[in-house]
Design a protein around this ligand. Structure first.
Ligand SMILES: Cc1ncc(COP(=O)(O)O)c(C=O)c1O
Length: 395
């Protein structure tokens, strides 16, 4: 019997990350050692008190049942965190919703809100689930180009009025993966005004909120009127190195949260209680850890950018996130550059095209390795760039 995917799922291609992983496996099996700077999975552990919290609660027999959603104490911890860090007041009962990671939430939100054919404005380049979630729901992504000359912010006034009028949702992601930009208060105000004018729901992904190297990230919910038109996603994955724990949350517009909660009451039975308690502890007691974590990434960023420059490749110092986003040197296409570099020097980056058409001509480098390894990677990239057979022939 021939079984095929549904029309919506059939449109999805296997991600470039899978292609990279497959090639990495083949090369590793042949004995090549690799430095993997592709996937943004933190290499460091969460704070010790978070691990202790997991152990303590995991030892209790009563903690193995379905949790049926977020503990009210977790929601309160999120509301306090928002108050303390972003000056935003949230009602824990109606304006906070726990998620099995923001990725899962982003995928489900599209299904919960949009109907087949609905237009959704998505950043290009952008984190793949933004567009994929829309495809799964049968919607139509409309790319908003993020160009370097505009500080990687979408030019909202250039979106044709008929598109803006048809759009149901607009996805923003600041601090941004992969482009590393932050959004100013002025831009967020403009986005809220645009959304109100055109009756569009803003979905702001704030996953990198705590990895800003100069100043602080601004929550869109701190913009007056934002709760009427916006929800914000956040996560424990990057802030507290808890990516494998799969816990995050969304905040903001209570109608949207109610719709999501109804949908999730059918699809999910909640997160393992010890992980919820650990996440709660991280939000309440993690202030010092956040500072240290930010310094670690700042120092890794500087080590990588400086070593790349010393090895012949000048790239911009990113203002935020755990990534460097750089134009490919010598006019390489992003995919040719990444695959040749992997084969010749064993360094794995992500081709910009994995994030959308406007990502072509760029590569993303993650900072999820110690400084010494990042420096080794920079030396290998330098050797690759100066080797005789690298360069223009793959344009
Ligand atoms: C922009 C962005 N959003 C969401 C996620 C996923 O976060 P979570 O682990 O909470 O699902 C990532 C992970 O890399 C990301 O870069």
């Amino acid at each position: 019997m021939e079984i095929s995917a549904s029309a919506n799922i059939g449109k999805l291609k296997l991600g470039v990350f899978n292609e990279l992983l497959e090639r990495k496996r083949e090369l590793t099996a042949n004995g090549k050692s690799m430095i993997d700077l592709s996937v943004g999975s933190p290499d460091l552990p969460p704070p010790a008190f978070v691990k202790e919290e997991i152990q303590k609660h995991a030892a209790e027999d009563g903690n193995y049942g379905y949790t049926m959603g977020g503990l009210s104490s977790f929601n309160r911890a999120v509301a306090d965190f928002y108050h303390n860090r972003y000056g935003v007041e949230l009602d824990p009962a109606t304006e906070v919703l726990q998620l099995i990671g923001s990725q899962d939430g982003l995928a489900h939100l599209a299904t919960a809100i949009i109907d087949p054919g609905d237009v959704v404005l998505v950043p290009d380049p952008g984190y793949p689930i933004f567009e994929v979630g829309v495809h799964i729901a049968g919607g139509q992504p409309y790319p908003m180009p993020l160009m370097e000359e505009h500080h990687f912010l979408p030019q909202l006034e250039q979106i044709p009025t008929e598109v803006a009028e048809k759009a149901r949702m607009m996805v923003l992601n600041y601090p941004a993966n992969p482009v590393t930009a932050t959004a100013s208060r002025a831009f967020l105000q403009e986005a809220v005004a645009f959304a109100r004018r055109h009756h569009i729901l803003i979905v702001q992904d704030f996953t990198y909120s705590e990895l800003v190297f100069d100043g602080d990230a601004i929550s869109i919910l701190s913009i007056p009127g934002a709760k009427e038109v916006a929800v914000e996603f956040n996560s424990l994955s990057k802030t507290f190195n808890m990516a494998g724990c799969r816990i995050g949350y969304m905040t903001g517009n209570r109608q949207v949260l109610q719709i999501m909660a109804t949908m999730m009451s059918h699809t999910q039975y909640g997160i393992f209680q010890p992980l919820q308690k650990a996440a709660e502890a991280a939000l309440i007691r993690g202030g010092n850890f956040i500072e240290k974590q930010r310094e670690t990434y700042r120092s890794r960023r500087d080590a990588l950018v400086d070593s790349l420059a010393a090895n012949g490749w000048e790239v911009t110092r990113p203002p935020a996130t755990m990534y460097v986003w750089a134009p490919t040197p010598d006019g390489w296409s992003s995919t040719d550059f990444v695959f040749r570099l992997m084969e010749e020097q064993g360094v794995i980056l992500t081709p910009g095209r994995a994030f959308g058409d406007q990502g072509e001509g760029y590569v993303r480098i993650t900072l999820v390795q110690p400084e010494s390894i990042l420096q080794q990677a920079a030396e290998k990239i330098g050797r690759f760039l100066s080797s005789s057979d690298s360069g223009h022939q793959f344009r």
